[in-house]
Design a protein around this ligand. Structure first.
Ligand SMILES: Nc1ncnc2c1ncn2[C@@H]1O[C@H](COP(=O)(O)OP(=O)(O)OP(=O)(O)O)[C@@H](O)[C@H]1O
Length: 276
């Protein structure tokens, strides 16, 4: 299957960093903080591939580097080292070697992000429809009537009442805010979507509906997704392949079913056992 992303040896260090940062941190060292200079090694030599229409799960405990990984791919964070190749319709982009305007174009036209915190993904001072319209305008749709029609279609797809399109997101429940974030992310029909703990903190029944929606979107639109979560249930339901992270490193990766049935790394074994 065609590759959408090739991530090669991505590293992210917060802080001034020294020559020993990588050697003295990671899974074997049992820390992500460099004992010599105090820098945080959030990601260390992460490599993986994502294929067209695939959902890749990224799992790990708090602080293992999951959010940093997707934030970097979405240009919210700069990498310290490494290369990422994004392929769309046979055009390859070496995304970290692009200039700021080119990166903004990719983010606005090819990538979508849904954050755990809707305040990061939505502008709460404008209506739900306005949030989606902003994204449609980035995608070069300018006709007022067409924009309204498109917003209606996106809200219907994500099961938000179209009668609420002119309401502010502040008047929405948490689950509805996540649906509007998903509608906004889908507005430009992106080939690649990042989802960072999108169901954390929601009621179980709301969680289940959002997860169903994500699956439906993947099946109908064939969008490739990276789903970050600490929840094994989310991984089990959504991801065909999974990376398990600890202290900024991938400690286990493979088919989700295999990982859940026969975890190899002691950390994954603990995670699976604690969810039983
Ligand atoms: N801006 C920052 N400055 C310094 N350290 C940071 C910054 N952002 C994240 N970190 C650190 O990087 C490490 C990885 O953080 P990250 O948020 O990626 O982990 P995570 O696995 O997503 O955790 P969580 O599930 O709690 O969100 C953590 O030790 C965190 O404290």
């Amino acid at each position: 299957m065609a590759k959408v992303l090739e991530v090669n040896k991505i590293t992210k260090i917060y802080g001034k960093q020294c020559l020993d940062c990588l050697r003295m941190t990671g899974e074997a060292a049992n820390t992500n903080i460099c004992p010599r200079c105090g820098s945080v090694v959030a990601l260390q030599d992460i490599s993986f591939q994502l294929h067209h229409g695939e959902i890749l799960g990224v799992m790990g405990e708090s602080g293992s580097g999951k959010s940093t990984l997707v934030q970097m791919l979405y240009f919210d964070q700069l990498p310290s080292a490494g290369e990422v190749i994004f392929t769309d319709k046979e055009t390859k982009y070496d995304i970290f070697s692009l200039n700021a305007a080119q990166q903004r174009w990719l983010r606005n036209h090819k990538f979508g992000m849904v954050y755990q915190n809707p305040h990061l993904g939505l502008n709460f001072r404008i209506s739900a429809g306005g949030n989606i319209a902003e994204r449609l305008l980035m995608g070069d749709l300018f006709n007022y009537g067409q924009i309204r029609d498109c917003i209606r279609r996106l809200l219907e797809r994500t099961e938000v009442s179209t009668q609420r399109m002119d309401c502010l997101p502040t008047s929405f429940s948490g689950g509805m805010q996540q649906r509007v974030q998903i509608a906004r992310a889908l507005a430009i029909d992106p080939p690649l979507l990042f989802l960072d703990e999108v169901t954390t903190g929601l009621d179980l029944s709301v969680q289940a509906k959002i997860l169903d929606l994500i699956l439906e979107i993947q099946q109908q639109l064939g969008v490739a997704m990276i789903v970050v979560t600490h929840d094994l249930g989310v991984i089990r339901l959504l991801a065909s392949r999974t990376l398990v992270m600890k202290y900024g490193q991938v400690v286990e990766s493979g088919l989700t079913d295999q990982i859940l049935e026969d975890p190899q790394h002691s950390y994954t074994q603990q995670l699976v056992a604690s969810a039983l």
